[in-house]
Write a new protein. Structure first.
Length: 279
């Protein structure tokens, strides 16, 4: 709750500051003397200024989308010989955005997003660093060769920052950075049809056949993550728009002193959804 309150305070302060800056841009525009045409006084800036002022007004936007992707090693390590299956798990995002136009073509956006990034995967690996639970509840560490299934289920409170460029009246592209707090997370799975070399590749061989052995790395998930975001938006109607985003995490999902998995894993997810603007 402290994190949520802090994010809301920062969002409010930045929105007020950027709104004042945008209003300053509008007020700084030079005035145009009206022309007299017969009995009618015509101000050349009337229609133009009204449109420009409307375009430069800050506004609030709500977004909802479906996310597809996975938490994956990049590049694919040599230990992972084959990907046998992959499935996303009901991923979604709900986002509130404060948008401040900066001129006619550019705008800045700051928001708060609640999202789920979850998936299951199945692979065949060789000499894969692993720690499994034995029948007595203990942990055995070593090198695993065989099948592995894993589930990563992470719930984030995310703060995205972005700048957008309007390339048409209805279309824009957006580039930004995001910071995420892991409010709830799990990373667990099973190994099967293979063997574990205890300690190192020449250690004692432990066969795993009919009964899979489980592992759970949930306590080692990192609380704070960050990454880059790239997206596009297309206005369908006056207030309704469609968007597509790609969020690429740049921080390993595990804490720095976690040594069981020897390669970094990154959340890479795309989102497609709808937004509604309150102008």
């Amino acid at each position: 709750m402290r994190v949520l309150k802090y994010i809301c305070v920062v969002l409010g302060c930045l929105s007020v500051s950027l709104t004042q800056a945008a209003e300053g841009l509008v007020s700084a525009q030079p005035s145009v003397e009206p022309k007299v045409m017969g009995d009618t006084i015509f101000n050349e800036s009337d229609s133009v200024s009204a449109t420009e002022v409307e375009e430069l007004k800050s506004y609030f936007e709500m977004r909802a989308g479906y996310q597809i992707g996975g938490t994956v090693p990049f590049p694919l390590p040599a230990q992972m010989r084959k990907i046998n299956g992959f499935s996303p798990l009901g991923n979604f995002s709900v986002q509130a955005l404060g948008v401040v136009p900066i001129g006619k073509r550019w705008e800045f956006a700051l928001g708060v997003k609640f999202e789920r990034k979850a998936m299951t995967a199945e692979a065949t690996v060789k000499d894969y660093n692993m720690s499994i639970q034995d029948e007595d509840g203990g942990v055995i560490m070593g090198r695993w060769t065989g099948g592995v299934t894993m589930t990563a289920d992470q719930w984030f409170l995310t703060m995205p920052f972005s700048c957008a460029f309007k390339f048409t009246e209805v279309g824009k592209i957006r580039l930004g950075v995001f910071y995420s707090y892991l409010s709830k997370g799990e990373f667990y799975g099973e190994v099967y049809n293979g063997y574990l070399r205890e300690g190192d590749p020449t250690g004692a061989k432990i066969e795993v056949d009919d009964k899979p052995q489980s592992f759970n790395f949930s306590p080692d998930l990192k609380r704070f993550q960050w990454g880059l975001s790239l997206g596009g938006e297309w206005r369908l109607y006056k207030r309704l728009s469609a968007f597509v985003d790609l969020d690429w995490g740049f921080s390993d999902i595990f804490v720095d002193d976690f040594e069981t998995i020897t390669f970094d894993m990154f959340p890479i997810y795309g989102t497609i959804g709808l937004g509604y603007s309150f102008k």
